[in-house]
Design a protein around this ligand. Structure first.
Ligand code: CP
Length: 311
């Protein structure tokens, strides 16, 4: 029996206890069963309304939230800020107040500023779900990664998970390091010195040596090189980055024989990961995407207090 979920919002992994992480994963397993049915529709969130508010580009997160909302019969609408009044200079607070006036039950938000969903939570009655805020957190990504790891390995406790690449700009790295430590796994953060921020060792042990991170790893999680967030010259070239930190077939051999390879997407093929690895037998990258829908269904269900009904 999973622990009841006591939170009104999902702003990050940091405030969650291990038992609540497990509660989301267990609920997501139930949701996977719904997704495997010929008719993928349950009335669980009928009459509930969700606004998806994305200030940054997204393929996987936004579409999987939309799919999760449809499967659970919630009424949802997505606001693309490129075609909204944000372009006319409307502030986040004014946008929030106007959305609040429409009385949605939940707002799912991605924003380029760390803490933007926390700001929304202070000003709105709706449940707020963080779909990625700046360099801070991406909690549903960490939850779907954990679900994938648990399915492939049968457990999370004790797993060595090497998280490699652009740690500095990665909200995925932070949320994963927090989650894995909470559930007793052993995350290791690895990247070139300019992309390993000062203080990050509070989340997990760090190394600049790729071989050290990969050696004996049960799972390798590659991070996207976020060139759009790099204002200065962090790296000499992407070719050199690939030579030093790119995941190749030869490097995978230093991990455990049954290692699994994760990447949150979108991938820079030939930069942080070779195509032969991304499409190879150890890759669980598309399983992560499938699990994204189930985890987001679980989050919607747990925060909106679904009736239980058929799901
Ligand atoms: N992993 C992830 O957040 O992908 P998107 O940017 O496509 O949503």
């Amino acid at each position: 029996m999973s622990a009841p979920f006591p939170h009104r919002h999902l702003l990050g992994i940091e405030p969650l206890a291990a038992e609540h992480v497990v509660s989301v994963l267990d609920t997501a397993e139930t949701m996977r069963e719904v997704l495997g049915r010929p008719i993928k529709k349950v009335p669980t969130l009928r009459g509930r309304s969700v606004v998806n508010l994305f200030y940054e580009a997204s393929t996987r997160t936004r579409s999987s939230f939309e799919m999760a909302e449809r499967v659970l019969s919630a009424d949802s609408l997505s606001i693309a800020t490129a075609t909204s009044s944000v372009q006319k200079g409307e502030t986040l607070l004014d946008t929030a107040k106007n959305l609040e006036a429409m009385n949605p039950d939940m707002i799912v938000m991605r924003h380029g500023s760390s803490g933007a969903p926390h700001f929304l939570a202070r000003h709105c009655k709706a449940a707020i779900v963080n779909a990625g805020d700046g360099f801070h957190e991406h909690p549903t990504q960490a939850l779907l990664d954990a679900l994938t790891l648990r399915q492939k390995k049968g457990r999370l406790e004790g797993l060595k998970v090497a998280i490699i690449g652009d740690v500095l700009h990665s909200r995925v790295a932070r949320s994963n390091a927090l989650l894995l430590a909470k559930v007793g796994a052993k995350p290791v953060l690895c990247g070139p010195p300019p992309l390993l921020p000062v203080g990050v060792e509070q989340y997990a042990p760090t190394t600049t040596r790729l071989d050290e991170a990969i050696e004996g790893a049960d799972a390798i999680m590659m991070l996207r090189l976020q060139r759009e967030r790099m204002s200065g010259a962090f790296l000499p070239s992407t070719r050199e980055y690939h030579e030093l930190y790119g995941l190749t077939v030869e490097r995978v051999k230093k991990a455990k024989p049954d290692v699994v390879i994760l990447h949150p997407g979108p991938m820079n093929r030939g930069v942080e990961i070779a195509s032969e690895v991304a499409d190879g037998p150890y890759s669980v990258i598309l399983d992560q995407v499938t699990n994204g829908v189930a985890v987001r269904m679980a989050v919607l269900y747990l925060l909106l207090g679904g009736s239980g009904g058929e799901a």
